[in-house]
Ligand binder design. Structure first.
Ligand SMILES: *Cc1c(COP(=O)(O)O)cnc(C)c1O
Length: 372
């Protein structure tokens, strides 16, 4: 038994919950006596990563005694060249999660307000709270950001606005012209963060290309990641694009060696293999379309997703279905964790994984209505 801690935390930290990640696979196996588990909980890439990235990591291991380049200049330059911006516009983070934290660390003071959707990616709210800021949430409309409502929520204390596009957990996108008008109307002293973690999955022509807008909107910040379509979630590599002066502020507060060697090497190599990413996008879209139609056959509907996951409306407790799926070796996200108690969020896996998921769900939802 340890004696209790007498050191109080900062008051901002006290009410925060601990981030609940997807259930660890080994834990599920033990609990249910299963040997095979299908994890469709964290929107990971079921096809792994590019072979080039895997080789780059192995090569880079030989240099693991040496600190990495602190600002990932080679990766930043390559991203900039690919995206048509200057390297000075790019900051690389230990995942884009880190960039969210750098933004709030640098810009949110106690009492500052940050507007975000209810429901969206939970890291915005948590990081705003850590700094003593006040999250101002605007409910989604049919799973889509209410941009008009978000504009109305702007007040004298508003410092930052988050738009997650496609939105996690609903997978929806905001329309091209609506988002463009929104960007135009947000006052330039308010930072507008557009999180495009699932950018590479989107094929809808009604999706706004935001990178060309950077030059005209100095308050615009765009976030992307190598964790999703590039399949490098374990290595932690994400990046932000923004005005060079914002990059300089973030560099002041970041850890000197925030992005590690293996992550940088793998990200660079991934950019040399665009065929891998394009192939993943194509396979994801085919599998997602098929999965959505099979769910429809089960009498279930989903929000229209442009990403690699579906939010499934169950019309009953998502927690119950989550647990029943777990017992059958399929791990998804219970919607209750994300603010939708009667849903689950399922990542789009391989055709084979999706099939196992659908069959398990079919069994659980059988006509007598009793969870299996
Ligand atoms: C997964 C995800 C991220 C975080 O990605 P990392 O680069 O792994 O930190 C950021 N935003 C959204 C909306 C995500 O779903």
């Amino acid at each position: 038994m340890q004696v209790s801690v007498k050191i109080p935390t900062r008051k901002e930290i006290e009410p925060l919950g601990v981030y609940v990640p997807g259930k660890p696979i080994e834990e599920v196996k033990r609990e249910f006596g299963l040997t095979e588990i299908i994890k469709l909980a964290s929107n990971e890439n079921p096809y792994g990563c590019s072979e080039l990235a895997a080789q780059a990591v192995m090569r880079e291991m030989e240099k693991c005694a040496f600190y990495p380049e602190g600002t990932a200049p080679e990766l930043a330059a390559k991203l900039a060249a690919n995206l048509g911006v200057d390297p000075e516009n790019v900051i690389v983070g230990n995942g884009s999660d880190e960039i969210i934290r750098l933004l709030t660390r640098s810009y949110i003071a106690a009492g500052d307000e940050a507007i975000m959707a209810d429901v969206t990616f939970s890291r915005y709210e948590t990081n705003v709270r850590i700094e003593g800021g006040v999250p101002v949430t605007v409910p989604l409309i049919d799973g889509v950001h209410d941009l008009a409502g978000m504009l109305k929520a702007i007040g004298s204390r508003t410092k930052m606005i988050f738009v997650c596009n496609p939105n996690n957990p609903t997978g929806t996108i905001v329309g091209r012209s609506e988002l463009l008008a929104f960007i135009e109307q947000v006052p330039r002293h308010i930072m507008l963060v557009i999180d495009e973690a699932y950018y590479e999955y989107v094929s809808d022509p009604d999706y706004l290309q935001t990178v060309p807008l950077l030059a005209g909107y100095p308050n615009l910040v765009i976030l992307r990641t190598f964790s999703k379509i590039y399949g490098l979630a374990a290595l932690r590599a994400g990046y932000g694009m923004m005005h060079p002066s914002i990059v300089q502020e973030l560099i002041k507060v970041k850890e000197p060696f925030n992005s590690n060697r293996m992550a940088q090497a793998a990200a660079i190599a991934s950019l040399d293999d665009p065929v891998f990413a394009a192939d993943c996008a194509r396979r994801n879209e085919a599998a997602r379309t098929k999965l959505a139609s099979e769910l429809k056959q089960l009498g279930l509907s989903c929000y229209p997703s442009h990403a690699n996951f579906l939010m499934v409306k169950l019309g009953r407790s998502g927690d119950d279905v989550f647990r029943s799926l777990l017992a059958r070796g399929v791990v998804v996200r219970a919607g209750s964790l994300l603010g939708y108690p009667d849903t689950i969020r399922v990542s789009v896996g391989t055709e084979q994984d999706n099939q196992v998921f659908v069959e398990a769900l079919r069994h659980i939802l059988r006509p007598d209505g009793q969870p299996a």
